[in-house]
Write a protein that binds this ligand. Structure first.
Ligand code: RNT
Ligand code: ZN
Length: 423
């Protein structure tokens, strides 16, 4: 079995070598590219700090048993996912996942770094970095679906304080770990039906973000992003943080990055095409990698065409250090550890696939106008022995291959998840 695998890899290496690709160098590079693993797949975006239902226009569907319902369970589940996935990780934490010490329950406008020290311990133990997100949803201070755009000053003020608290926590993460922390602002603010004023809420959003980012932080360590969106459930007619809003804000505020979530556009728009457009203007950008099925459904990421295309745009434009990559999906209808693992492994496959392509040669065909040959080559490369290189990558990362890893998920479900009560 292992001999076969070794032979397959050697054949693949030779074949890719003829395209000018050094597979050993690729595998070495791939395992050091950080990808952010979102903590919220483990508990259907519930968090630990509030019993309010999920709102903000996002929704999880399904009720597969075994969701994590406390920090200990979520950490255990995350550890399992880390074990089943190759590559370097950061953990993406939402503010709603504060872990208060005995007796110290703080509201979102008053959270402090200490409320996240357990996450720092977890990151240190597992050798991961941390990214952070203020949580502008699932809380009783969301009024009429609005937070940073609210006409009610006490509501807007509360959420501005939350944002500032999150800037301080992001700085704490970066200081503790010595790894920059991506701090993503996303709000679900918007209207179900036709608004009478589309501008005022956006001006309030702009002002709120400016107030939040007036909080002191080191721009080399904290990377604030604004994530746009086109619509949400119950917020179909208007979203304050639209694409143009987020891009305009990032373009006009030094150090702020635009964040594109590939579930947040009209169905025939593709983020793969938007990546190089933004790279023409921004030093750094950020992504939420997800899989929208007919709407922003946040299905588990697969190794599908658009996922591959997104990875290609990052790799062939030499932008691996300019694009902060994070996963963002939540499926509650299947085993959550399996969902997390498939999604992470899929993005790793997409990166590997992109790194195994002879981009300079293909680009040259395009430049010379040899479009027929370009099409033929692109199609032929699709059947190169990618799987053998992927298997070798997993072996080098000490991670189980293809059909083996799911046995661990099944075992974990039997031994751990099935014994969880309630949720
Ligand atoms: C919602 C956005 C946002 C959230 C997370 C939980 O549509 O994609 O990024 O999914 O913050
Ligand atoms: Zn997102």
């Amino acid at each position: 079995m292992d001999r076969n695998r070794e032979t397959s890899y050697q054949c693949a290496k030779e074949r890719y070598g003829r395209l000018g690709i050094d597979t050993d160098a690729v595998l070495k590079e791939l395992k050091d590219i950080p990808v952010s693993l979102h903590c919220w797949q483990g508990d259907d975006v519930r968090g630990f700090d509030s019993d309010s239902p999920l709102d903000g226009g996002i929704q999880t569907t399904g009720n597969y048993p075994g969701a994590a319902s406390n920090p200990g369970e979520l950490f255990a589940d995350l550890r399992k996912v880390l074990e089943l996935t190759p590559g370097k990780k950061k953990i993406n934490v939402h503010a709603s996942y504060a872990i208060f010490r005995e007796g110290a329950c703080r509201n979102r406008d008053a959270i402090v770094p200490e409320d996240f020290s357990a996450w720092v311990d977890f990151a240190k133990e597992t050798g991961t970095g941390l990214d952070f997100n203020p949580t502008f949803f699932g809380h009783k201070m969301v009024k009429d679906g609005l937070t940073l755009t609210s006409p009610d000053d006490s509501v807007r003020g509360f959420w501005i304080e939350h944002g500032k608290a999150c800037v301080r926590i992001a700085q704490y993460f970066a200081d503790e770990l010595g790894i920059p922390c991506v701090l993503n602002f996303w709000i679900g603010d918007g209207f179900k039906d036709i608004p009478a004023d589309r501008l005022t809420p956006r001006l309030r959003y702009k002002d709120s973000l400016e107030r939040i980012l007036a909080e002191k932080y080191d721009p080399d360590k904290v990377k604030p992003c604004v994530e746009s969106k086109v619509f949400g459930i119950g917020v179909e007619s208007y979203t304050a943080g639209s694409s143009e809003f987020a891009l305009g804000f990032a373009a006009s505020h030094k150090g702020v990055l635009p964040l594109m979530d590939n579930g947040h556009y009209h169905p025939t728009e593709v983020v793969s095409d938007k990546i190089p457009a933004l790279l023409a203007y921004f030093d750094e950008i950020a992504l939420h990698i997800t899989r929208p099925v007919r709407w922003d459904s946040d299905h588990v990421v697969l190794f599908d065409d658009e996922t591959r295309e997104m990875a290609k745009e990052i790799v062939r434009n030499d932008a691996l250090k300019r694009v902060y990559m994070a996963l963002d999906f939540f499926d509650a209808s299947i085993n959550r550890i399996g969902a997390w693992t498939v999604g992470f492994r899929s993005w790793q496959k997409a990166l590997l696939n992109a790194m195994l392509m002879p981009h300079a040669m293909l680009r040259n065909l395009q430049e010379k106008g040899e479009f027929g040959k370009l099409m033929a080559y692109q199609e032929e490369i699709k059947t190169y022995p990618f799987g053998a290189v992927w298997d070798e990558y997993l072996r080098r990362c000490n991670v189980k291959t293809d059909l083996e890893w799911y046995d661990d998920v099944t075992g974990y479900e039997k031994d751990v998840l099935s014994k969880r009560m309630g949720k």
